[in-house]
Every structure is written in structure tokens, then in C-alpha cells.
Design a protein around this ligand. Sequence first.
Ligand code: ATR
Length: 281
Amino acid sequence: MSDRYAVIGNPIGHTKSPLIHGFFAQETGQDMSYGAIEGPVEPASGFSDSVKRFIAAGGRGMNVTAPFKLAAFAMSDERSERAQLSGAVNAMKFEGGRIIAENFDGVGLVRDIEVNLHQPMVGKRVLILGAGGAARGALLPFVAARPAELVVANRHVDKARALVEQVARSNTAGGSLTACGYADLAALGRFDLVINATSASLTGQLPPVPASVFSAGGSAYELAYGKGLTPFLRLARDAGVESIADGVGMLVEQAAEAFAWWRGVRPETRALIERLTVPLD
Ligand code: ATR
């Protein structure tokens, strides 16, 4: 029988993970199946019961998406440092009766920016908007990419400060890492890379970011994908930003990281990213 994998979330109808992993499996010749499971939101134990059933049926690993990333963290036996820092899990491996947990969202994002979009962060000024789950997942891999300066801006500044303080303890890369509110951004000058890690674009909103943060030769990255030219990307483009991108590359790259972790072989991602890319306008 093929090795079994699945993504679990609720709702799950929109997921591209079975398509992505099916493509990877074919490309690398791995004998595996990958399905989608709608986990129950209630009762509270519904998620962990679904995971346990999948393990009992021979499941080898799972991806986890909203709203279960925190519940997956809670039920894991071992967690990577990235998962620990973000408090969230997007991939699990089942081995020897244990649940091993990872979070590949941040590494997937960094890889998309640095490798696919050719924008290395080393020595650069980088601004992250938002301090929720998405920003938390990204922060440690961002620090490891050694930007000269990394600023986290959030409406609730305390949330950004708490996150920065937590990461600062493992910041051995030496760059500056600070938190601020949106009102402070006008005084901070231009950034080489601005990432929208808020959930504002999901409701068509624009975080209150001044156009002065963008630099003409720089880049802007929207974590949401398939939403076209969001208000954030439009603002960046109007400010003359050269490279604008949405999160489709991150989606494929985090999947490739999980696949390599499970199967020991890293799939090619370029063709799939091209296939899934929806033009921004
Ligand atoms: P999750 O953890 O699931 O990513 P979250 O904790 O609700 O979701 O975080 C969403 C992020 O988007 C937060 O940083 C939030 O800012 P606050 O913490 O200040 O609430 C941010 N966000 C959502 N809508 C926004 C908007 N319209 N403008 C700016 N930031 C917004």
C-alpha cells in the first residue's frame, strides 16, 4: 500500500495541497497518496481524534491549516525550534508512536524571496507588517537570513514587541531587530523589502502603512495568494517598487520543505509555481 499523507483544516475545499504533493510525488517517483480531511471544529477534541484516526489507519504525516495550527502544536510530542517560536504547526510526521511537529511557512517564504525572486536579504533593510501567526512563523528564518535591519510593525505595538523580545533571545545573526507601530514608520525611511504578513488583504483592507517605506528598486511581498493586486501591492506598485509578488511561491516552497522532510528527496518547484501563479493584474 502507498504511504498515506493528508492535509487537515476546516474548511478544506479550497486547498491546493493534494495537487501540489501529487505533483511532487509524480516528479520524484514516490509511492504515496495525499488526501484532504475536513477536521471537526467541535467538539474541542475533534481535531486530535481525527489525527489519531489517521495515524491508526497507517498515516505517515499531515499538513495542518486553519484553524488547527495551534491544536496541532498542543498535541505534538516533539517540536522544532521554528514551531516552538511560532506556537503553530503546519506539518507533522508520525514515527514510532510519536508526533513530530514542524512549521515550514517561514522557511518557505524566505526561500521564495531569496531563491525564486532573487532578492537576498543579507545586509538589507526589511519590514514585516503584522505580528500574528504568519509573522511569528516567518521571524526566525528571517533573522537567519541576516538582514542588516528587521522591523516588525503592528497596530497593537505590544504584540510586535513581545514577538521581537522572544526572537531576540535566539538572534545570533547580529542584525538589528525592533518593533514599532504604523505611526512610527514615516520616520524610518525606505526599506528594501516590505512583507505584508497581516490578514488585512483577506478582507480587501490596507494596513495603515505609509508609501514612504517602499523603495523603487526594492520589493514588496503579499503573503496572501490568488487575490490579485491587493491594496498593499497596489500601493507598492504605485510607489515604484520593482518586484511585487504574492504568496503562491511560499505555498509551494513550504510544501516542498515538508515533502523533503517526509520523503528525504526535495522536489523541483519552479514549474509548479508557474502553473499555479495567477497574474496580479
Ligand atoms: P493569525 O495569528 O491567525 O495570523 P491574528 O493573530 O488575528 O491572526 O493576526 C492577524 C494580523 O493581521 C495581526 O498582526 C493584526 O494586527 P493586530 O494584532 O494589531 O490586530 C493584523 N491585521 C488584521 N487586519 C488588519 C488591518 N486592517 N490593518 C492592519 N493590520 C491588520
